[in-house]
Design a protein around this ligand. Structure first.
Ligand code: COI
Length: 359
């Protein structure tokens, strides 16, 4: 975390929108707090960060982000515990990953003090938007876009780094009994040597059409397979994926095609701490179908900041559908509880993952 005190220009909103928000019925990512952080990069340097009222941006139509998709983002959450203290979960991981995305997309890295001092100042100003109680959090979306006005196909000379915040509950619709995923047979999310590991905007845009087709078949997400053989299960639309076969927990290793999820790595560390049998290795479509057929596939679940731990209730492949055993979310429930208890300051943080925001 940052130890310097950075100069930040602050313009406060004249009134708050908070009274108009129904915090019990939030559609993920659709409501934003009163303020946002904006920091411009120009003339080869990051300028003074500003916190200002949340609102629209004015950009030239030739800004490179519109033409070449030079855009990256992150996702992390803030939590409020019963004593009103505010906590972030492994925020250093997000900063480090954001800078890896910057390098891959030829964008300038974000200095630690801008990321952390900017974020903490923003959280202090909008702290009333963080609600206590199980399932409540403030979803934080840092992002960076290329703003240079020029349509030559080369890296932008100017950028905007921003942080916006949205009160959140669950990512998937309330009351949904489980996520249904369709194994990818034709389309691909990422290729060797590509940008799959980076959190760049295009990785998500490229999924929308195949996901729309999967939705038409009754599936919520595509579970991506490797682009060259479509034989290995990699990650789903907004989450990494875990399988419980018998009592063994299995997940694919990260690579240049797979996002290095913060929740994913936390699940693996907790599983080891629980003494579970964990295998991080390629997971094939065929072994999972065989396990489903013989009844040893007990659970599948997704992990992610937005998705938290989301049980998967069934999957489709080549026209066949496989349901997972009902109410067999033993591992998913265990990881969700252990992670949420750490996030909300309810349990001892033996891993040192929790960061207190001084408000
Ligand atoms: C997150 O979980 O933070 C993500 O970035 C996934 C997202 C596209 C909602």
């Amino acid at each position: 975390m940052s130890s310097t005190t950075l100069k930040i220009e602050i313009e406060k909103a004249t009134s708050s929108k908070i009274g108009q928000v129904d915090f019990d019925n939030l559609a993920f990512g659709s409501v934003f707090t009163d303020h946002m952080l904006v920091c411009d990069f120009k003339d080869g340097a990051w300028q003074t960060p500003k916190i200002k009222p949340y609102g629209p941006l004015s950009l030239d139509p030739s800004a490179k982000v519109f033409h070449y998709g030079q855009a990256i983002f992150e996702g992390l959450k803030a939590y409020k515990s019963n004593d009103d203290s505010i906590w972030l979960f492994r925020p250093d991981e997000n900063h480090t990953r954001m800078n890896k995305s910057c390098v891959r997309l030829q964008m300038p890295e974000i200095p630690k003090e801008i990321f952390f001092d900017g974020l903490e100042t923003l959280l202090k100003m909008d702290k009333d938007w963080i609600k206590k109680g199980e399932g409540n959090s403030l979803y934080i979306r840092p992002f960076m876009i290329a703003t240079e006005s020029c349509v030559s196909a080369s890296p932008s000379l100017e950028y905007k780094f921003m942080i916006i915040c949205s009160p959140a509950q669950s990512y998937f619709k309330k009351g949904m009994s489980g996520v249904k995923v369709l194994f990818a047979e034709k389309y691909s999310r990422a290729a060797n040597g590509g940008v799959g590991f980076a959190k760049c905007a295009g990785n998500y845009a490229g999924q929308f059409y195949p996901t729309h087709l999967a939705n038409q078949e009754g599936y919520h997400q595509v579970l991506w397979t490797d682009a060259s053989t479509h034989e290995n299960l990699e990650e789903a639309g907004v989450m990494n994926v875990f399988f419980r076969v018998g009592d063994k927990l299995i997940t694919a290793p990260t690579s240049d095609r797979i996002l290095d999820g913060v929740t994913r790595k936390s699940v693996i560390e907790i599983a080891k701490d629980e003494g579970l049998d964990v295998e991080v290795r390629p997971v094939t479509v065929h072994e999972i179908i065989a396990a489903a057929k013989e009844g040893s596939l007990k659970e599948m679940f997704g992990s992610g900041t937005a998705a938290v731990i989301s049980p998967i209730s069934g999957f489709g492949y080549k026209g066949a559908h496989y349901d997972l055993p009902e109410i067999e979310n033993k591992f998913a429930d265990l990881f969700k509880k252990r992670i949420s208890d750490i996030q909300c300051n309810k349990a001892k943080d033996k891993f040192g993952w929790r960061h207190k925001v001084s408000v």
